[in-house]
Ligand binder design. Sequence first.
Ligand SMILES: NC(=O)C1=CN([C@@H]2O[C@H](COP(=O)(O)OP(=O)(O)OC[C@H]3O[C@@H](n4cnc5c(N)ncnc54)[C@H](OP(=O)(O)O)[C@@H]3O)[C@@H](O)[C@H]2O)C=CC1
Ligand SMILES: O=C1O[C@H](COP(=O)(O)O)[C@@H](O)[C@H](O)[C@H]1O
Length: 487
Amino acid sequence: MNQQLLIYVFGGTGDLALSKLIPALYVLFKDRCLPEQMQIIGISRKKMSDAEYRQLTEKSCRSFEGQAFDAASWQQFNRHLAYLSLDASHAAEYAKLKAHLLQQAPNAAERTVIYYLATAPQLFASIANHIGTIGLAEANARIVIEKPLGHSLASALAINQQIGQSFAEENIYRIDHYLGKETVQNLMALRFANALFEPVWRAAHIDHVQISVLETVGIGSRGEYYDQAGAMRDMLQNHLLQLLCLIAMEAPMRFDAEAVRNEKVKVLQALKPITSASVQEKTVRGQYTAGTVNGESVAAYYFEKNVNNDSDTETFVALEAEIDNWRWAGVPFYLRTGKRLAQKTSEIVIQFKPVPHYLFNNNAVNRLIIRLQPEERITLELMAKIPGKGMNLQPVALDIDLANAFKTTRRWDAYERLLLDVIEADSTLFMRRDEVEAAWQWVDGILRAWKANAKQPKAYAAGSDGPEDARQMLAHQGRQWFKAPAK
Ligand SMILES: NC(=O)C1=CN([C@@H]2O[C@H](COP(=O)(O)OP(=O)(O)OC[C@H]3O[C@@H](n4cnc5c(N)ncnc54)[C@H](OP(=O)(O)O)[C@@H]3O)[C@@H](O)[C@H]2O)C=CC1
Ligand SMILES: O=C1O[C@H](COP(=O)(O)O)[C@@H](O)[C@H](O)[C@H]1O
């Protein structure tokens, strides 16, 4: 049978589509991972011809690929690109989508259709609804929804419920691009393919865990969205909680979508609620003021485009999460994320407890540092004797540079991996409905407590490490945020 693949990208002219999705599809095409019978159709309200859309996407692919951009393969790829102008909030407009689809592949058995919703979350439910009503949510059609899914637990429930009316759960792909990152998947390899760590991966041996996703960028052209979302909804509710799940979950029975997601959801359900009574002590909100990032002066958040001048949206959040289960009781998980910070780093630090009895003067603790970005590296800090007289110790690093370890293999961008998974109908690295809802349930409690306590964001200068309160939150417990020594 001649199977035709049709990928409709709603929001096809937006930042995500242009900077990530189309470039990822282009790279997959170059690598011969996509079928020959395929069309990618950008959708948005702007009026534009196919040729104009090809020009627009070429520009973004050139800037994404840099030196690796190959004009000849682009010429082949761009024949597979088309554009459809329609207002996705109006039911009547879907006749255009239907006409296009039927013209490309009239026989339902001979087509696989993917609807990628790269639009604001407010449109997710109505797009799914309209696709269903017009009869295009066919049995093997898949729908991909971006994070954050909604704005709160109530809105996530409503979106999930409405999308569920048109699409079966196995055809709904809730994407979190952090799960597509090589090093994030490596967390599972590290934990479940090495016998070494399992015996010590628990409260008896681990003092605490830090998960930091720090960015130097501001909010660019996304002020309208970001001012409604803030760091909690934009990053912590999804990316950071997914990382926490991968660190804390039990070993799944098999490496398949249901088994992995069953274990992740148990972690989310075991998160101890942060309430009005604990929110002051356990959380910090921050917002950047003017400063210097990477040698460049940048404006305060409230001067960003489409942001209210008196906005109290947080651009930084730090908090202490606790997991109420047998493995993790009493182990703090410190999470932090923010924009316009001193350096771009995503890393997870597992700090082990000290040895039970000291033999030497200068004992330190072991740390496992898993760096996800900018470089991909796993470092285990061990105590070793400094050569020479006496028994003086110092931490030394067992260091694996993952890019170096697999020099000959091309490293995939997260969206390449995840888009190919959707095409191949593998949902292991996507979030299930109950996972997203459990994450919102916990986050909603914090958002409510912030509101009840009128907890205002603390100012921090752009280019700094975040608000002083975040440092103090750990200092009060005799701990500090890990900072890799400058190279
Ligand atoms: N940008 C990023 O780095 C990331 C974004 N995301 C998520 O991806 C989604 C999109 O984000 P982003 O690309 O930044 O947003 P943008 O604001 O840049 O793009 C929105 C897109 O939606 C289109 N659109 C808006 N309203 C309609 C409508 N009624 N009918 C049809 N098209 C419409 C816009 O075009 P037009 O106005 O012409 O209709 C535009 O193409 C969001 O859910 C976001 O949270 C997730 C991870 C990273
Ligand atoms: O989802 C998002 O992620 C990016 C950060 O992604 P990364 O892969 O560059 O770490 C963040 O900038 C953006 O605000 C958020 O929506």
